[in-house]
Ligand binder design. Structure first.
Ligand SMILES: Cc1ncc(COP(=O)(O)O)c(C=O)c1O
Length: 391
């Protein structure tokens, strides 16, 4: 018996939420069904909202520090969920994972240094590199047996002595891959041999489907741990992205201090009271809710997969190993990126993420978010099927 009701429709309009309230601006139409930006339409669980409400009862929200219970919630969560033993002195923070990625790029490299990115990938990776004046080294993923994998040959051929960092997306957005031990081992060994630090965005690491195991990159080996920075957050899992609170885990003391220096320069280390309270509640009480969420999401995926097979067989669905983001290959329709985007927005009236934003490798692909009640997903899929029928 499920305890939580993921089928409930919760109207989000009028809350300034990007997914719904920015539709007119982004898609030029408020009638688009939004299956795009990566938050979910599920209620943040009661153990988190209760903790926030309780904190509001004390009506002073001045400067605070993070208590031991906050650090312990992270340590025990990492142990329970990933079998990863994390020490308190490795734990830093950032006001959001993208902020942490940018701070890490600034802390561990200099303008003009090379930073490896592996497209198609979550597009702020590109701006973290370009916006900080670093040089982007593109090492595209390749598709093998229906899933993305690393192209080590290409990586080795592109590394120069100016290459300082590699930005890993683990699990991968948009393909939903959970990188396997052997993939991470080889990647890490190339990085260690070439003095390249791994910055690993692991924001989706709680959203792992059955049969897969998330490996924080630092668990690959002691040497890898000393050579990597891992960013995680409760934001995707528990739908609290608006609280802008993430965890940055850095086992190597020197790197930890360099990162903290960058963080504290902007007075960013304190975070915000409600983000810390929410994180602690999520990581303390979140297991049961998360198991139910994963089951609901997986059933949404099976529903979607079946729907495409029966109604839109030209669209090829990449099977996710993690995340509620589904990567769809529309290339058989022969439309270029702009045609496809216009068609889906204007004809189907569905808001998806345009694949080319994740790199040219995503041209002809779209990303669809299944983090919503089944009835919303059904409506979106039916709109797509009606629009594409007959072409
Ligand atoms: C891989 C990845 N990293 C980071 C983020 C955003 O993180 P934040 O909102 O904490 O900056 C997302 C959101 O979709 C994501 O998919």
């Amino acid at each position: 018996m499920s305890k939580y009701n993921f089928d409930e429709i919760i109207p989000r309009e009028g809350t300034n939420c990007i997914k719904y309230d920015a539709r007119r601006q982004i898609f030029k139409s408020a009638g688009v069904l939004p299956l795009w930006v990566a938050d979910t339409d599920f209620r943040t669980p009661d153990f988190i909202t209760d903790a926030i409400k309780k904190r509001t009862e004390h009506e002073i929200f001045g400067y605070t520090f993070k208590p031991d219970s906050y650090y312990n919630s992270i340590i025990y969560w990492m142990q329970r969920r990933h079998n990863w033993t994390v020490k308190k002195e490795w734990i830093s923070s950032s006001p959001g994972v993208v902020a942490g990625l940018t701070l890490a790029v600034e802390a561990f490299s200099n303008p003009g240094d090379g930073v490896v990115v592996q497209p198609p990938v979550y597009f702020p990776f590109f701006s973290c590199v370009k916006g900080t004046g670093r040089k982007m080294v593109q090492n595209p993923l390749k598709i093998e047996n229906g899933r993305y994998t690393f192209d080590f040959h290409d990586l080795k051929s592109k590394i120069t002595k100016e290459t300082r960092l590699l930005m890993l997306c683990n699990p991968q957005n948009p393909g939903g891959m959970v990188w396997k031990a052997e993939e991470l081992e080889e990647l890490s060994s190339i990085c260690i041999d070439n003095n390249i630090i791994i910055i690993s965005d692991e924001i989706h690491s709680d959203l792992i489907y059955k049969g897969n195991r998330h490996i924080p990159v630092s668990m690959v080996s002691e040497e890898t741990a000393q050579n990597s920075v891992v960013l995680m957050a409760p934001s995707k899992t528990f739908n609290v992205a608006g609280l802008a609170t993430s965890v940055v885990i850095i086992p190597d003391r020197k790197k930890f201090e360099l990162y903290e220096k960058a963080l504290n320069l902007g007075h960013l280390g304190m975070g915000n009271i409600f983000g810390s309270v929410a994180l602690e509640a999520a990581y303390t009480y979140g297991d049961e809710w998360l198991e139910e969420l994963l089951e609901y999401l997986w059933n949404n995926f099976l529903y979607l997969e079946n729907f495409f097979k029966n109604n839109l067989p030209k669209v090829k669905v990449m099977k996710p190993e993690a995340t509620y983001l589904i990567w769809l290959d529309f290339r058989e329709y022969g439309m270029d990126d702009s045609e496809l985007t216009k068609f889906i927005v204007r004809k189907a009236k569905v808001g998806l993420n345009n694949g080319a934003r994740f790199g040219i490798e995503g041209d002809g692909w779209m990303r669809l978010n299944i983090g919503c009640p089944r009835s919303i997903l059904t409506e979106g899929l039916e709109r797509l099927a009606n629009a594409f029928s007959g072409i």
